[in-house]
Design a protein. Structure first.
Length: 140
């Protein structure tokens, strides 16, 4: 990872995604031909290769598909407290998103795959907000 440019550099096809996050909305691209949602944003549908893409607001709900506890700072520019939970979240709409799981102890014994999760928006700068996830309902 390039530590000189710690913040994501939005590409034109991902602009609606970053714009949505600034307004606390998780936006996903969807193909108008086969109607499937996908992630990451790209100009062609990964399923049918159509270029007819639209954006919609996702529910922000999903489930924990897989996770990993991070103990080492992989990028000094990120001020995430360690250890933290790197999480692959499978959204209700289908796509998987790599994020962090928050609101839980970073203990593998206390985290279960398939746990329902919901998005929380973490504002980093005026330009950049990241979608993080927590157990649905704010945890138990
Ligand atoms: Zn398609």
């Amino acid at each position: 990872m390039d530590i000189l440019r710690p913040l994501p550099q939005p590409t034109p096809e991902a602009k609606p995604y970053w714009d949505g996050l600034r307004e606390d909305k998780l936006m996903l691209p969807r193909c108008r031909q086969c109607r499937r949602a996908f992630f990451y944003p790209r100009v062609l549908c990964p399923f049918c290769h159509a270029s007819d893409i639209e954006w919609f607001q996702a529910s922000g709900r999903g489930r924990l598909y897989s996770f990993e506890i991070l103990h080492q700072q992989f990028n000094r520019a990120f001020k995430v407290k360690l250890p933290c939970v790197l999480a692959m979240v499978e959204l209700e709409e289908g796509p998987r998103l790599l994020s962090n799981l928050v609101g839980v102890e970073p203990d593998p014994a206390k985290i279960r795959c398939d746990t329902p999760v919901e998005v929380v928006f973490e504002k980093l700068t005026d330009e950049l907000t990241l979608p993080l996830f927590r157990p649905a309902g704010g945890g138990r």
